[in-house]
Ligand binder design. Structure first.
Ligand code: ADP
Length: 487
C-alpha cells in the first residue's frame, strides 16, 4: 500500500479563515467504502453554523470583489500549484473516503487543479462591451460584476473536482463562497481549504461547512433561502436540484444545476469497435460507473452487436477490483450499501423483463461495497436501467437498426447531459450529433470533460454550464451603463 502525508487531513470545518468545530460540538465519522475503516471525523454542522459562514463570506466580499482580476488571480494560481504539488496526498485522502483507485484519484486532483488555473486566467477576460449608442452624446457600455456570496453544494463522486469547478470560477469572478461537500467525502474539500489557506486566499473568501446527511435538507434550505446569498451552484441528483430550484425562487437567486444524466452510448456498424470498446471501458467503469456522464444506455447497431459484446467482455476481464489504495486496482467499490441495492434492483428488474445476463450480476462478498463488472443484453426502454441512472459498473445493451429509430430512442428521456457516438461516417457525425438532445456529445471518444469546454445538461439534467468562459459568467451579473454627456 502507498504511504502518504497526513498533514492535509483535517477534523474541523473551515469558516472565516479558521478551523472550527460545529457550534453544537457534534461530529460524524467518514468511512472508507472499500474497507469500512475510519478515515476521519469532522463537524456535524447545522443551519446556525451556515448562517455564521454566510456572514463571514459577506464580510470578506467587499475587499475580495474590489481587487483587480490580476490580484485575485495571484492566490488562485498559488492554490492551483499547491494542489498539483500535493496531488499524491490529496489523492490518498480522496481514495480512502471515496474508493476510486489511486491513479484515478490523482487524475481527478489534477483535473481539480486545472479549474483553478483556468479560472485564475479567465477572470482577466471577463470583458464587457462598448455598444454603438442609438442616441447622440451618450455612451452605452456593459460591465460584468460578481453576484456576491455564492453557495455551493457538491456530490461525493468527484470530491475534489466538483469543489474547484464551483469555487474557482466563483472566486475568480470576485464572489465569496460557502460550500457544503457531500457527507461521504468532506475530507477532500477540507484538504483543499488547507491549501487555499496556504496559498493566501483571504479569510472568509472560501468557507466549507460539513454535515451528515440528516442535516443536508436544513442546510440546503438555509443556503437557498438566505437573502445574503446571491447564487447557488449545485451538483447532485435531479430530485434535490428541483427542490433547491423551488427554494431559490423566493429570493430570485441565480442558480446553476448540474444534475443526473441518462447518457446514450451509440455504436454504429461502421465504428472502429476497438475505440468504441476502450471508450466504453473508460466512460462506464471509471469511478465504478458513478459519474453523471457515465453511459447509461448502450445502443449498438444490430450487425455489430455480437462482436461488440465479445470485445467488451475481453476488456472487462482486464479490470481488477479492490481497495483503491492498492496500485494494481482499477475498479473500486461503489459508495454505499444503498448504491449496491440500487444496482441489484436494476439488474433484477431487467432480468424479470427478459434481459440476458452475460457477465457479473452480483455483489462481491467481501468487506466494502463491491459489485462485479456486469454486462446485460436485450435491454428495453421500459426497464428501470433505461429510465434511471444505475450509477454502478453495469452495462445494459440494446440494439437498433436505423439512424432515425436510434435518434428517437436516444432522445426518449427527460435527461440530456452527455451522449456518445461512434461512427466513421462524417455526415452521420454531423446529423446525429446535432440531433441529440444533450449538452455534450463525445464523438469517437469517451473522454469529454475538460476545464476549457462548457459542461452541463439539456432538459432535466440541469441549468447553466460549468468550466470554460460560460462557467465564470454563472457567477457574474451584466450591468448596462447608459451615460449621457454634455456635448
Ligand atoms: P446522491 O444521492 O448521489 O447523494 P444528492 O443529490 O442526494 O445525490 O446529494 C448531492 C449533495 O446534495 C450532497 O452534498 C448532499 O448532502 C446534498 N443534499 C442532499 N439532500 C439535500 C437537500 N434536501 N437539500 C440540499 N442539499 C441536499
Amino acid at each position: 500500500m502507498t504511504s502518504f502525508n497526513e498533514s492535509l487531513l483535517r477534523n474541523r470545518a473551515y469558516v472565516g479563515g479558521e478551523w472550527v468545530p460545529a457550534i453544537s460540538g457534534a461530529t460524524f465519522d467518514v468511512r472508507n467504502p472499500a474497507t469500512n475503516e475510519l478515515v476521519g471525523t469532522v463537524p456535524h454542522m447545522a443551519p446556525e453554523d451556515v448562517e455564521h459562514a454566510i456572514a463571514q463570506a459577506q464580510r470578506a466580499f467587499g475587499e475580495w470583489s474590489a481587487r483587480s482580476a490580476n490580484e485575485r488571480a495571484e492566490p488562485l494560481k498559488a492554490w492551483a500549484q499547491l494542489i498539483v504539488l500535493h496531488a499524491a496526498d490529496l489523492a490518498a485522502i480522496l481514495t480512502r473516503e471515496q474508493g476510486k483507485p489511486l491513479a484515478d484519484a490523482k487524475n481527478e486532483v489534477l483535473f481539480a487543479a486545472s479549474f483553478v488555473e483556468w479560472f485564475a486566467q479567465e477572470a482577466r477576460r471577463t470583458y464587457g462591451d462598448v455598444i454603438p449608442a442609438t442616441r447622440r452624446d451618450t455612451s452605452f457600455t456593459t460591465v460584468k460584476e460578481p453576484i456576491g456570496v455564492a453557495a455551493g453544494i457538491t456530490p461525493w463522486n468527484l470530491p475534489c473536482a466538483m469543489v474547484t469547478r464551483k469555487a474557482a470560477p466563483a472566486l475568480a469572478a470576485g464572489c465569496t463562497m460557502v460550500l457544503k461537500p457531500a457527507e461521504h467525502t468532506p475530507l477532500s474539500a477540507l484538504a483543499l481549504c488547507a491549501l487555499a489557506e496556504r496559498a493566501g486566499i483571504p479569510p472568509g473568501v472560501l468557507n466549507v461547512v460539513t454535515a451528515e446527511r440528516s442535516a443536508a435538507e436544513a442546510i440546503g434550505r438555509t443556503l437557498s433561502t438566505s437573502a445574503s446569498v446571491g447564487k447557488l451552484s449545485f451538483t447532485g441528483s435531479t430530485a434535490v436540484g428541483k427542490l433547491l430550484l423551488a427554494q431559490c425562487a423566493g429570493t430570485m437567486k441565480r442558480v446553476s444545476l448540474e444534475l443526473g444524466g441518462n447518457s446514450p452510448f451509440i455504436v454504429f456498424a461502421d465504428a472502429d469497435l476497438d475505440i468504441a470498446v476502450s471508450s466504453a471501458l473508460f466512460a462506464k467503469f471509471r469511478n465504478a460507473g458513478q459519474t453523471c456522464i457515465a453511459p447509461n444506455r448502450f445502443l449498438v447497431e444490430d450487425s455489430v452487436h455480437d462482436a461488440f459484446v465479445e470485445r467488451m467482455l475481453a476488456a472487462m476481464h482486464t479490470l481488477k477490483a479492490g481497495d483503491g489504495m492498492d496500485p494494481d486496482v482499477t475498479l473500486g467499490p461503489v459508495i454505499s450499501e444503498d448504491a449496491v441495492k440500487k444496482i441489484e434492483r436494476h439488474i433484477a428488474n431487467a432480468l424479470d423483463r427478459g434481459a440476458t445476463l452475460v457477465a457479473g450480476g452480483k455483489r462481491v462478498h467481501r468487506e466494502g461495497y463491491f459489485f462485479e463488472p456486469t454486462l446485460l443484453t436485450g435491454i428495453t426502454a421500459d426497464m428501470a436501467m433505461s429510465c434511471e441512472e444505475t450509477f454502478g459498473p453495469v452495462m445494459g445493451l440494446a440494439t437498433f437498426s436505423s439512424e432515425r429509430e436510434l435518434i428517437e430512442r436516444a432522445n426518449a428521456t427527460r435527461m440530456g447531459l452527455a451522449s456518445y457516438l461512434f461512427t466513421r461516417d462524417a455526415s452521420r457525425v454531423h446529423r446525429v450529433s446535432h440531433a441529440l438532445q444533450a449538452g455534450i456529445v463525445g464523438v469517437n471518444t469517451g473522454m469529454i470533460a475538460t476545464e476549457v469546454a462548457p459542461f452541463g445538461g439539456y432538459k432535466e439534467s440541469g441549468i447553466g454550464r460549468e468550466g470554460a468562459r460560460e462557467g465564470i459568467d454563472e457567477f457574474m451579473e451584466t450591468k448596462f451603463i447608459c451615460q449621457a454627456f454634455a456635448a
